[in-house]
Unconditional design. Structure first.
Length: 391
C-alpha cells in the first residue's frame, strides 16, 4: 500500500471544502490519511494512455509500453517505505512527465476515495462542452466533479512556497472555466508534494470547490463514462462481437433525449437474441482461477510477466444493460496473492519469451501454460499484477 497525508491547503479552503457533498469523507481522510494499493495507483498514473493514435490503439501496441512505463517509474520514484519518494531532487534531475503522472495518480485516488468512484468514472466522453477542458471529469448520481491535478518534487513538504507555481496554474484554469465558460460545478484542485528524503510521507493538498448545475445530467454522464471506459479497455484485449453492440448502444444513449428507454434492454446479437458470455473469453484468453477473470499476459523479460484483464462479472453487467447495476458496480479492492492463471501465449510470441519447450502445450494458434500470479482487483473490476511460470 502507498500512503499519502491529506491536508486542506489552508483555513480558507477548508471552509469552502466544508460545503462539498463529500465533506465528511474528506474530513475523515484528512484525519487518517489516504492509502491506495500499488496496482491501483499504477492504473491511475500509468495505464490511461490508450488513444486513437498509431502506437496507442491496440493491445499489441500498448503492451510494448507497459514494461517501459513501470521501469521508468521505478527509475525516478521509490515506494519501498510505504509512501512515495523521489529518488532525485532538483528541476534538472527530476522528470516532469513522471512527476505529473504521480500527481494524477494521487489526486484521482483521493477524489475517488472521497466520492466513492472508480477508475471507470474518469473516462472523458465525447461531449462538445468538455472538449477543451484540461480537467479530469467524473460524476456521481447528483453532481459533476472536475479535477485539476498537479505534482511537485519538493525538498521540504511542509513549505507551501515550493508548490506556489502549481497553485497559480490551478487557480488560473479554474477562473478561466468559471468566468469564460460558465462552469460552476465542483472544481477541485489537488497538489501532491513528493518528498526527496526518508521519514516523510507524500502530501496531497486539496483546494477550492464550487458547485452548481451543468447542461448534461450527472447520472447520464456517469453512465456514458462507465460504458465508454469498459468499451475502450475491453477492445484492447478482445474482439468479441458484443463490443460492436456496446459502442452502438453508447452512441444511442448519448444522442437520446430520454436515455432511460434503453434501461434494461440487453445488447442484441445478429440473430436478434441477447448476448451471453462470449466463449472466446474463456477459450482464447488467459483465465484466472478457472472463471474469475480473463485477460492477456504481457511479457516483461527475464521470465517475468504482467497480467491485465477483467472480472467475468463485468461482461454480464454490460450485456444485460440494467443501468442501476452499471452505475452501482464496484468491486471490492482485493488482493489475489496466489492465483492460478491458465495462460495463453500466442505462437507468434512464444519464441521471444524464453520459456522452456516442455512447459508449452500446443493449442492451435497459441500455447497454453500454467502461471502463478499476485493479482489485484480494482474497483472497476480490472485485474492486474505480476505473474510467473509454474515450473
Amino acid at each position: 500500500m502507498i500512503k499519502f497525508k491529506v491536508e486542506y491547503y489552508n483555513s480558507a479552503h477548508k471552509k469552502l471544502l466544508s460545503k462539498l457533498s463529500c465533506a465528511s469523507e474528506l474530513e475523515n481522510v484528512v484525519k487518517n490519511g489516504l492509502e491506495v494499493s500499488e496496482q491501483e495507483f499504477y492504473v491511475y498514473s500509468l495505464f490511461r494512455e490508450q488513444k486513437d493514435q498509431i502506437g496507442f490503439r491496440t493491445y499489441q501496441e500498448l503492451k510494448e509500453k507497459v514494461k517501459s512505463r513501470l521501469e521508468t517509474f521505478h527509475d525516478y520514484f521509490s515506494i519501498s517505505s510505504g509512501s512515495i519518494k523521489s529518488i532525485f531532487s532538483g528541476q534538472n534531475n527530476t522528470d516532469k512527465t513522471m512527476t505529473e503522472a504521480v500527481g494524477i495518480g494521487a489526486s484521482l485516488s483521493l477524489a475517488s476515495k472521497i466520492y466513492g468512484l472508480s477508475e471507470a468514472d474518469w473516462e472523458k466522453i465525447p461531449i462538445a462542452y468538455f472538449k477543451d477542458l484540461d480537467f479530469k471529469i467524473a460524476a456521481t448520481d447528483n453532481e459533476m466533479v472536475l479535477l485539476e491535478s498537479k505534482g511537485a518534487v519538493v525538498a521540504d513538504i511542509t513549505k507551501k512556497a515550493e508548490i506556489s507555481k502549481p497553485l497559480g496554474s490551478i487557480n488560473k484554469k479554474k477562473e478561466e472555466q468559471r468566468n469564460n465558460h460558465d462552469n460552476k460545478n465542483t472544481l477541485l484542485g489537488i497538489i501532491t508534494s513528493i518528498p526527496t528524503v526518508n521519514g516523510s510521507d507524500a502530501v496531497c493538498r486539496i483546494l477550492d470547490p464550487h458547485i452548481d448545475d451543468l447542461g448534461v445530467s450527472p447520472r447520464k454522464y456517469k453512465l456514458l463514462a462507465r460504458l465508454s471506459y469498459y468499451y475502450r479497455e475491453l477492445r484492447i484485449i478482445s474482439k468479441a462481437p458484443f463490443l460492436i453492440a456496446l459502442i452502438n448502444r453508447i452512441k444511442a444513449i448519448q444522442d437520446s433525449s430520454d436515455y432511460n428507454i434503453f434501461d434494461g434492454k440487453p445488447l442484441i446479437n445478429i440473430d436478434n437474441k441477447p448476448f451471453t458470455m462470449p466463449p472466446s473469453l474463456q477459450i482464447s484468453k488467459s483465465v484466472v482461477d478457472k472463471n474469475v477473470a480473463f485477460g492477456e499476459i504481457i511479457p516483461m523479460g527475464n521470465r517475468k510477466f504482467y497480467y491485465y484483464g477483467f472480472l467475468f462479472d463485468v461482461i454480464s453487467v454490460l450485456t444485460e444493460q440494467r443501468f442501476s447495476n452499471i452505475l452501482d458496480f464496484r468491486s471490492d479492492d482485493e488482493l489475489l496473492p496466489e492465483s492460478i492463471i491458465d495462460a495463453r501465449i500466442r505462437r507468434s510470441e512464444a519464441r521471444f519469451l524464453d520459456i522452456e519447450e516442455r512447459l508449452l502445450r500446443n493449442r492451435r494458434e497459441y500455447f497454453k501454460i500454467t502461471m502463478l500470479g499476485k493479482l489485484f482487483v480494482t474497483k472497476s473490476g480490472k485485474v492486474l499484477g505480476p505473474c510467473c511460470i509454474c515450473d
